[in-house]
Each structure stands twice: as structure tokens, then as C-alpha cells.
Design a protein around this ligand. Sequence first.
Ligand SMILES: Nc1ncnc2c1ncn2[C@@H]1O[C@H](COP(=O)(O)OP(=O)(O)OP(=O)(O)O)[C@@H](O)[C@H]1O
Ligand SMILES: [Mg+2]
Length: 504
Amino acid sequence: MEELSLEMTGIVKEFPGVRALDGAEFKLEHGEVHALLGINGAGKSTLIKVLSGVYRADAGQITLNGRQIEISSPQAAIDAGIATVYQDPQMIPSFTGYENIFLGAESESTGLFPRIRRKKLLARARGLLEKFPVDIDLTRPVGELQAVEKESIAILRALSRENMSVLVLDEPTSILTRKEIGILFEQIRMLKESGISIIYITHRLDEVFQIADRLTVFRDGRNVATCNTSAEGIDHARIAELMLGRELSHVYPPKGQPPDDDVLSVKDLALAGRFSETSFTAKRGWILGVFGLVGSGIDDLCKTLFGVLHRTAGVTEINGRKVALASPADAIANGLFLVPGDRRAEGQISDESVAFNVILSNMARVAGLGFLIRRREERLAAWSMVEELDIKTPDVAAAVSLLSGGNQQKVVIGKGLYTDGEVYVFQEPTVGVDVGAKAGIYEMIRRLSADKGVIVVGSDCEEIYGLCDHAMVMYQGRVVMDKPASEVRLEQMLLCGLTGKARE
Ligand SMILES: Nc1ncnc2c1ncn2[C@@H]1O[C@H](COP(=O)(O)OP(=O)(O)OP(=O)(O)O)[C@@H](O)[C@H]1O
Ligand SMILES: [Mg+2]
């Protein structure tokens, strides 16, 4: 096989009101893992969609092994050996896992998957799954699978392309667990050894140093730097600076004041078989951080508190009043909001506008006003949110599904912040959000905590540690640490989440 080299030059792609790519350059070498970095909306996903034939560029050239090529359709990209795992993989929910894996690869169109082919395909899919040791039932409709399993199906789909010489992964790890990330990295190393070149998009800078040989930073649709990850002076701070175009002064806001009165008090909350009696409080002027890895029970804890799952024990009080919280509607009526982290799994993102989404959870605030005023109010609220969270969108009337992944996440956060509640639970608040915008979200959460109850729950230890005034750690359904943040070190907290044991 000829040694691959892929070069994209002068790529321009415009959308109404946005120049997503503005003379972008990108060069990929044989057998390298090349990280593509940049803040939300920098143009990363657009670049790979041009490369994979989803979009036609308005200008620019792509050469493969020295020859200019036209990638006029997704099929053309696949024929050229380019396989892509998109940030928001599209699947047919009623189709099984293996059918989704081979979707589009099967060109004999009548009857989509004839019975005889099905058997063969299932066997092939199982063969692929063997190399990617996650346990998925490939015969179940993907609509019934968890987000993590769907992501794995999307990766298997890319790996199923036999002539693949370039693999593009757009934020593959954002919803994978630690163990699955390990498996994915193993896969990437194997593919690389077999001569496949990989483009890897991520916001997790530590992953860049773990897996990538080189990195390219995009800003405003153009590249601002390409270098080896081992190059001198290249560290987290320098990369953040390149991404933002300025120095990042601080990421986490200063810690809170001594706490005020309790807004939320939870006693002995439990869900049999999932997590045991757990007590905590949220106070004004204070942020409670709850850290736990997958399997720790933090997800069940949030869902139970919010009334999605039905508690087997426990008493909840908001501002001193006992509340039942038997359903999410109950929770919201009592002023408790859960701002979910995974925008895809929770079905947060729609074709509705940014304005509509921001307003969604708080119809009451603008209801009662006349229709026109309501529209006006909706737009105003949306604009202030767009400004505060630095959401990159040409207009608040734009559909959220057209925003970049990280900007979609900001809309979800905005939606939570616009509500008029007493207690806010933020679950994994910055999934897929870039370093600069993260700081903005942290600041808003801190500001909110001045007179509301705020709880931040997640599996990013550094984030929870950086934000909180009081630290709680969960492990296998139990609280294993519960201390003022000033009395713990980050390493202790992480170790405690990993092992369930608090060490000095
Ligand atoms: N189909 C589309 N229609 C309109 N605008 C779009 C479309 N796709 C992307 N954009 C805009 O182009 C810009 C670049 O988006 P892109 O998705 O490439 O960003 P990104 O670097 O992948 O960001 P993120 O880290 O948030 O995923 C954004 O401003 C986005 O809103
Ligand atoms: Mg993207």
C-alpha cells in the first residue's frame, strides 16, 4: 500500500450568517494520530464533514497521496477510505445494532437487508465486537440502547469499512466511561500500528497527550498552529491560549463565602439496590460537589432526587418545608431543577430555535402575557443568555440542532439557568464545552449559588474539586467522603472515587 498523505488546503465553508471554515488547512500523515482542537464553533466538525462528504466546500482542495480528489458524497469519502464517527451519530432507532453498523455499506437496495445477508452481517458484526470488548446485544433496536452503547455502535460502523485508511473520531469519549476510553485507546493504537491515520477531535487536553502524535489548533475556521505533542513548551496552558487567542486567566471562580441557611436538606435518601441512605444539604452561598465515577450511583441519585426514579426511603425539605417530589413535575413545581449533562441521551436538542429552548422550562414566566409580548420576551431572554454564555449562533431564531456540539450544551445550561427555582442540580455541566466557555459556565454557577441552592454532580474530579465548597464522593452506591473542600486535596478525592477508601 502506498503511504497515505492527506492534505486539505484553502477550505472555505459558509452557512447563512456564519463562515464556519475560512481558508482552513489540514495535513494528515501516514499512521499518525492527529488531534484537532479548538473552542466550540471553531469549525472542527465542519472540517471533517467536508472531508467525509457531508458538506461540499465552497472553495479549497483536497489531495490524497498527491492526487487531487473530489469528495462529493459520503459514499465518495468511504470509497476513498475515509471512515468517520460523527459527534452526533445518526442512527435508525428501530433498526438493530448490527443493521445500523452496516447501514449504507449495503448498496443492494431492494429489501434493505435480505434474510441471508442478515445472518452474515450479524456474524461479521460480532467479529468486530470481539475486537472491541464491550458487551452489547447487537440484535436489539438501537433505540433501546444506552448512549454509551450507541457510541460504540457508531465506532464499530467506522471500523467495519474494509478499505479504511483514515479514521475520523469527533469527540468519541465525551460519553464513554473510563474503562471504555481505555478500550478505545487500545483500538486506536492497534489501528495506528496497522498504518491507519486517525484524526481525533476532543476537548479533553489530557487525552491529547495520551494518544496523539501531533496536534492542530483551529480558531475561527482557520488553523493557528500545528506541532508535535512532545514539542517543547506545549502544555495545557499553551494549548488553551492557542485555542482562545488569549491567556486564560483563571478557570474556576473563587470559592464561596461561609455558608448561609439551608435551601435543600435531604435525609437518608435511598433507592434499594442502587444507592444506600444518603444525606446532604445545599446552602445559600455555597456549592456542594458530588463526585463519582460510572457505577458510583451519582446518576441514580440525581434521578431519584428529581423524581424520575422512585425513592425507597428519605425525606426532602426545601426552605424548611417537607416536599414529596414524586415526579419531575413535582420537583419543578417545588423549585428543584435538574440540568442534565448528556444533551443527546436526555433528548434536549430539537429543531426548535435557541430562543424556544431557553424559554422551554419556564413557560410560566412569560405565560399570561399576550402572544406578541411573549415572543418578544422570549427573544430578549434568549439574547441575554446567548451573550452571557457566549453561545455562538447567528440568531436566537436559529435551530439548536444546527449549532456546534458545545454550543448546544450551552443552550441546555442556559435553559436551566433561565428557570426561576430554589435548588439547581447540575449534572456534568460542561460535557463537550471548550475551556473558555467552561470558565463562563463556572462563573454563572458560582453567581447563582449566592442565593440559591447549588449542587454540581459529575465524574470529572478536577471540575467538581475546582468548583465546590463542600465535597462529597460516592462509590458503589455509598457516600465515602463528605468534607469541606478546604480539607481535601484533589488526589485524595480522585483516589477515593476510584477505590472507595478515603486516605490521608
Ligand atoms: N448546518 C449548519 N448550519 C448553520 N450553521 C452551522 C451548521 N453547521 C455548523 N454551523 C456553524 O458553523 C460554526 C462551526 O461549527 P462546528 O460544528 O464546525 O464547530 P466545532 O469546532 O465542531 O465546535 P464544538 O467543539 O462545539 O463541536 C458554528 O458557528 C456553527 O454554529
Ligand atoms: Mg463539533
